[in-house]
Every structure is written in C-alpha cells, then in structure tokens.
Design a protein around this ligand. Structure first.
Ligand code: HEM
Length: 347
C-alpha cells in the first residue's frame, strides 16, 4: 500500500474513532496538520514521525510554526528583514541560535538523526526501496548532496510540505462544508464514483485560488549570471526571461515580487472573485482555462528553478484526502439521517 494511502487510512480511523456513535467536535485544523506531517516525514525520511497515531504536537512543531507565522509573513514581505534572516541562516552558529530561540531544537535534532541514519554506512539503517518509492533523503544522497546540505534541505522539506498543504486542506474543506449546494454536488459525484472526479478537482483549484496558503511576495532579486553561478548556481537571467522577456531590461539588483492574493482576486481573470465557485473551472473555453491556470500556478511560486517542487504531490495529497474524508463524513451524515428518519417514523 502507498504511504499516502496509509496516512489517509490513519486519518479516517482517527476521525471515525472520534465521531463514534455520538456527536463529536473534531479539531480538523490540527488533524490536517498531523496528517501532512506524517505524509512528508514518511515520503521524506522513510518513516512517519507518528503525529496521527500519537495525536500530539511532537517536538512542539505546530506551536512554533503558529507562533512564528506573523513574523515569517512580515519577513517574506519586507526585503531587508528577509535578507537579514536568510543571511543569518547561512551561518551554522547563527542558525543554531535561531532554532534555539524559536524552540525548534528538538525537531532539528530529530530531523538530523534521520539524515545521519541515511548517510550512515550501516546497511541495517537503510531500507532498500524501488526507485519510484525512494525517499527524498535517499534521492538527496544519490544525487551527491553532502550530509550538511541534506540536513538543511530535510528540515526545509518539513516546513515547505506540511503547513502549506494542511492550510489548503483546511480551507477547501471549510468552503465546501459551509456551502450546502457545493457539498451536495460533491456528495453526488462521490456516490457515482465517477472516474476523474472533475468536480472535486474544481473544488481543489478553487480553494487554492480563494485562499492561497502562502501569501508572501516571494521577492526575487535580478542578479548577473556570474553572481548567480557563484552563489546558488541558478541561471537567474534566463529563468526570469522565462516569465517575461521585458524583465531583462530591469537593472541588476532590482527585486521582483507579486501580490498572490491580488492575482487570485483579480476580476479581469476571475469573475466574482470573492465567491467560492468551483464551476468556474468547468468551463469549456480553453483560452480562459489557460489564463486561469497560469494565474493559479503562481500559488506555487514562479515557474523555473524557483517553483514549488511539491506541487504535484500537494495536489495528489489534497484531492485524495478530501475524497476520502468527505466520503467518510457522508457515511456518517447518511447514518445520522437514517437514524433521524427512523426516529420520526416511530413517532
Ligand atoms: C498547497 C501546498 C503548497 C503550496 C501552496 C506551496 C507553495 C510554494 C511556493 C510559493 C514556493 C516558492 C517559494 C519561493 O518562490 O521562494 C514553494 C517552494 C517549494 N516547495 Fe512548496 N508548496 C506546497 C506544497 C509543497 C509540498 C507538499 C512540498 C514537499 C515536497 C513542497 C516543497 C517545496 C520545495 C522543496 C520548495 C523550494 C523550491 C526551491 O526553491 O528550491 N511544497 N512552495
């Protein structure tokens, strides 16, 4: 069974156990984060950290992220602050100090341990997997990353791949269950078990549009090819040209960012942008589709070497979890309806 399926099964079991026979209040926001943390630790390191099974904020990760979201958003939108933070993170001593200050020490130790295991020469530490099931750590090693580079990337993966996807899942779920006509159509589609789940895909896209999980400006500096190859080997000039050839005329040093919420709420691209309307994604005009898709893709960053490496994985995770959780909730709703009807009939 696929690791994603296993995590979804665990999530559904947790929900079922909580609902049981009676009404229950479920903190789905927390469960969604536990779920994405389990998926990313399984796919990233080969073993889940066990967030869903323990239902505990292990290593205080969620608390730290929630406490620092305001600062991170400020830093990502304020170039000077952002460059101060990113410059500090380049220095190991400063990095250790920042992790300590944020309360991330325990988590960093746990992630470092995974990397140590992967890079150790003890055969018992490394499970051999087929290439398509290789963990991200195995791929890092295979592609020649050093242990220290892998430690930085492994920690980054956890942040990049958990909170973002959990926010998307929560927001899409919130919009769907608070719109009875949308929930009804989704239930119909699920019950027909139609191939492709067109309406579900439309709900996912619409949820990412109306509430982009990462609202930062994602500023990128235009630097010369020489500086690019000296710093991070990204051919910045040509990547920027990918997006818009006019950008080549900008002076070096200029930072370019975009207002992602503004793009997704632009009425020239999305009619009635404030309305959660999955139907807008079901139109048959290919030109309009292309325009909307291009705008939506910006939720995952710019194309080229800056884009999100987990976009495909995020779509798969979000769609599959919505499908299974909705199906599960519908089962309970049907059950409650049947019980209510039975109760009415006995009157
Ligand atoms: C709905 C979910 C997600 C959203 C909205 C999202 C959004 C983004 C954005 C906007 C960036 C670009 C940052 C920049 O321009 O500097 C990015 C980068 C990245 N994302 Fe995601 N992401 C999501 C899920 C994931 C997942 C599941 C993974 C796990 C593999 C992931 C891994 C990454 C990585 C590794 C990068 C850095 C790429 C690089 O610059 O080298 N993301 N993401």
């Amino acid at each position: 069974m696929d690791s994603l399926d296993e995590c979804i099964d665990r999530l559904v079991q947790v929900i079922d156990a909580k609902i049981g026979e009676k009404f229950a209040v479920i903190d789905f926001a927390e469960l969604a984060t536990f779920f994405t943390l389990d998926v990313i630790t399984e796919r990233g390191y080969g073993k889940t950290f066990g967030y869903l099974s323990s239902q505990t904020d292990l290593y205080h990760y969620i608390k730290v992220i929630e406490n620092s979201v305001a600062f991170m958003t400020l830093a990502s939108n304020w170039p000077r602050l952002r460059s101060l933070v990113s410059k500090s993170l380049e220095w190991p001593i400063a990095r250790t100090f920042i992790y300590k200050l944020c309360g991330l020490e325990e988590l960093v130790r746990a992630v470092d341990q995974q990397v140590e295991n992967e890079f150790s020469d003890l055969p018992s530490q490394n499970t051999v997997r087929s290439p398509e099931k290789a963990t991200m750590l195995q791929l890092f090693k295979e592609k020649g990353m050093t242990k220290e580079q892998a430690k930085v990337e492994a920690l980054f993966l956890l942040t990049a791949g958990s909170h973002s996807t959990a926010t998307a899942i929560r927001m899409i779920m919130l919009h769907v269950i608070t719109s009875p006509h949308i929930m009804g159509r989704l239930r119909q589609e699920l019950h027909k078990n139609s191939e492709g789940c067109e309406y579900l895909n439309a709900c996912v896209k619409e949820g990412l549009r109306i509430f982009p999980p990462f609202p930062g400006l994602l500023m990128k500096e235009r630097i010369s090819k020489t500086k690019a190859s000296n710093s991070d080997k990204r051919d910045v000039d040509s990547k920027v040209q990918d997006v818009n050839s006019n950008i080549r005329n900008l002076p070096l040093g200029v930072e370019i960012g975009y207002n992602i919420v503004g793009v997704q709420r632009n009425p020239k691209i999305f009619e009635n942008p404030e309305v959660f309307d999955p139907d807008r994604w079901l139109i048959s005009d290919p030109g309009k589709h292309h325009e909307m898709d291009a705008a939506l893709n910006l939720v995952f960053g710019q194309r080229g070497s800056w884009g999100c490496l987990g976009q495909k994985m995020a779509f798969q995770e979000i769609s599959q979890v919505l499908l299974e959780v909705m199906f599960d909730l519908c089962k309970f709703m049907n059950c409650m309806l049947t019980r209510d009807l039975a109760a009415i009939q006995t009157l």
